[in-house]
Design a protein around this ligand. Structure first.
Ligand code: ATP
Ligand code: MG
Length: 419
């Protein structure tokens, strides 16, 4: 494999380390992704150089000492962050979470042994080619997730690997091998000790993976385990919801950014929970404020019958744009469509209407109204009455009763004051 593409800044890092007499390879996810024809998200380098030596090699470059005690230095070059980590052996995991200590080593083989799955334990350099001591290539060909070494032992060292096995199966469309799958089931209680932030990262990737429906159906017990209060049935049903969401998006070619997709997946996973439980489950994962509110607002407007009931579609869509931004009606339509509470045709219509309204620059916010509070004051409006009048004008504009033009709005305000 000589035509392995490595971006210039990463090649620079490898060359520099080689030039200084150290061994250096790209390793882990980027090797796996490249061999599978996927675009690597980031490039990790593993090296025989000790952290201080790495720092010395890159003394004239921009580096961040991200995790010196774990042997990691980040090289920042041409807009890329390249994590350069010293070959290491992880010590015992007394708390099932963090290695008590890490020991640096001169041996690449030892570094590859500490890695979780065979497909994640390959290294590559242009000189040496692919280094594959654990038959990662064969497992990749068979589309199998297999632990490096004994599954039970590896899961016992770090319980997060249980969820990672499912995450990689979902994202890569692989299947855990028998030993791995058995380990996932028997050692699932270890997940209770894992930090919620780490669970959140893996679960989010799992839900977004191509094979998420298959994993949700195969391991609903694991999903319910990490989210106490969620039933296995809900986890299983989420599979069908995600399938409907995908099919609809593919059929009608509906783009969705990653953040919105993540929020939708969680909203669908928690669709059977009431607002209180949804909040508790979401908060237990330690999301950012934005991530939490994205999920909550989809649930709130997606579940409320009054969102679309008894009002023209056009007006309902505007209200959603006002509440959650231009893209919000789309998220609500996708959520409802996936749950089966809105038919495909209506969902499409909501999405198209939101697009048309955005393109037409429809007024859905006070800031977009053609009059300001300052302009109403000379007419005698002040205090709460002023706010009330502005909101009433906005509502009439949104309903299509008034054109969003200054004179028309001033006239309407005057009429209201007199009448
Ligand atoms: P992604 O493309 O999603 O980032 P990745 O394989 O790069 O996938 P990371 O979580 O970024 O996954 O980890 C980088 C590498 O570090 C892995 O490929 C694996 O070799 C190793 N690794 C990460 N977490 C663990 C862990 N908990 N136990 C053992 N090895 C791990
Ligand atoms: Mg990575």
């Amino acid at each position: 494999m000589n035509n392995f593409f490595i971006p210039a800044p990463v090649l620079f890092a490898l060359d520099r380390l080689h030039g200084a007499g150290y061994h250096a390879y790209v390793v882990g996810g980027c090797v796996r992704d490249f061999l599978m024809g996927r675009t690597p998200g980031d490039y990790d380098v593993t090296t025989s150089a000790k952290p201080e030596q790495t720092l010395a090699v890159f003394a004239d470059c921009r580096v961040v000492e991200t995790g010196l005690q774990h042997g990691t230095v980040t090289l920042v070059r041409d807009g890329m962050n390249i994590e350069i980590t010293t070959y290491r052996v992880d010590g015992v995991y007394l708390d099932g979470r963090h290695p008590e200590q890490v020991t640096f080593t001169d041996d690449l083989a030892e570094d590859l042994c500490r890695r979780d799955f065979t497909v994640n334990a390959m290294a590559y350099s242009p000189e040496a080619g692919v280094i594959d001591y654990h038959d990662g290539l064969a497992d990749m060909k068979n589309r199998v997730i297999s632990c490096v070494g004994n599954a039970e032992q590896r899961f016992s060292e770090d319980g997060l690997r249980i969820l990672r096995a499912l995450r990689f199966s979902s994202v890569l469309d692989f299947t855990p091998d028998e030993e791995c799958s058995a380990g996932v089931r028997t050692l699932a209680p270890l997940l209770d000790k894992i930090s919620r932030e780490r669970i959140y990262v893996e679960l989010t990737k799992l839900l977004g993976g191509i094979a998420a429906p298959r994993i949700l159906r195969g391991y609903p017990d694991i999903i319910a385990r990490i989210l106490p209060g969620l039933t296995e049935a809900s986890a299983e049903q989420t599979a069908g919801r995600i399938e409907r969401l995908r099919k609809f998006r593919e059929t009608y070619e509906i783009p969705l950014d990653k953040k919105a997709a993540d929020a939708l997946h969680y909203a669908l996973l928690f669709a059977d929970a009431d607002a209180k439980l949804c909040r508790r489950l979401m908060q237990s994962l330690k999301p950012s404020r934005d991530e939490l509110s994205a999920v909550e607002s989809v649930q709130k407007y997606g579940n409320a019958p009054e969102t679309f009931a008894e009002k023209p579609l056009d007006y309902a869509v505007k209200l959603l744009m006002k509440a959650g931004g231009d893209d919000f009606p789309k998220r609500i339509a996708l959520y409802r469509q996936a749950l089966g509470t809105m038919d495909d045709r209506t969902a499409q219509e909501v999405i198209r209407t939101a697009e048309e309204l955005r393109e037409a620059g429809a007024c859905v916010r006070l800031a977009e109204l053609a009059v300001t509070g300052g302009e109403l004051m000379p007419l005698g409006f002040a205090g709460p009455a002023l706010g009330k009048t502005l909101n009433a004008l906005l509502d009439r504009v949104m309903r299509g009763e008034l054109a969003n033009e200054r004179e028309i709005l001033l006239n309407a305000a005057e009429k209201e004051r007199n009448g």
